[in-house]
Design a protein around this ligand. Sequence first.
Ligand SMILES: [Fe+2]
Length: 236
Amino acid sequence: MSAVVVYAPVPAGTHPDNDSPDYGSTALRHPKQPKIQIPPSSTEALGPKIHAVRFDEEITDLTRNGGDHAIGERIVVHGRVFDTEGRPLVGAPIEIWQANAAGRYVHIGDDHQAPLDPAFRGVGRMRTDQAGRYRFLTVRPGAYPWRNHWNAWRPAHVHFSIFGDCSLSRLITQMYFPGDPLLELDPIFQSIPDPLARQRLISAFDLGATVPEWALAYRFDIVLRGARATPIEPGR
Ligand SMILES: [Fe+2]
């Protein structure tokens, strides 16, 4: 006998359509056929947990890569991760990656004419604690051009990947910053139909989490599924 795991449905408009015409590359990488719904079963409930994944090392400070300090505005990015029922996800692997303060990634495909920063790590990873909390020290990423259309610039953002209790509960998304004028112009951010869902991708300035004389702070809470699910990227 197999148990059936019931997931809360994702409300319409919460996630982008697979094909978002204004976000040009989605046309090249989304399924052309409708999804086949396979009900989650005991495999997901009782099988090996993705939490068994091991990091070689946890990286919570992206601002140091050896002895030097990364250039840019130092910030704390932190928050909590919840499941459908509002319970904190304990020990969930969480990864972030981002451009440096000049808007350049440490990636062979990034040819943006902006300087690399050897002191900036670009990637962080850790597990959530007993309250579902995570915390990274990084620098505020710069905007960068991405050639989706003429004069296209991505708003400053941090990429996130989080695993829940099974592989069905992996979320890949992006965190933005409040007050960024590029948000209204960004086809990726705007591909999420529901304006309230879009707002859930914007972090909140968090005075209480700032480090005096050292770093400002932004809070970004994440919900993996359900009515308040954090929007997921197209085609994921
Ligand atoms: Fe990016």
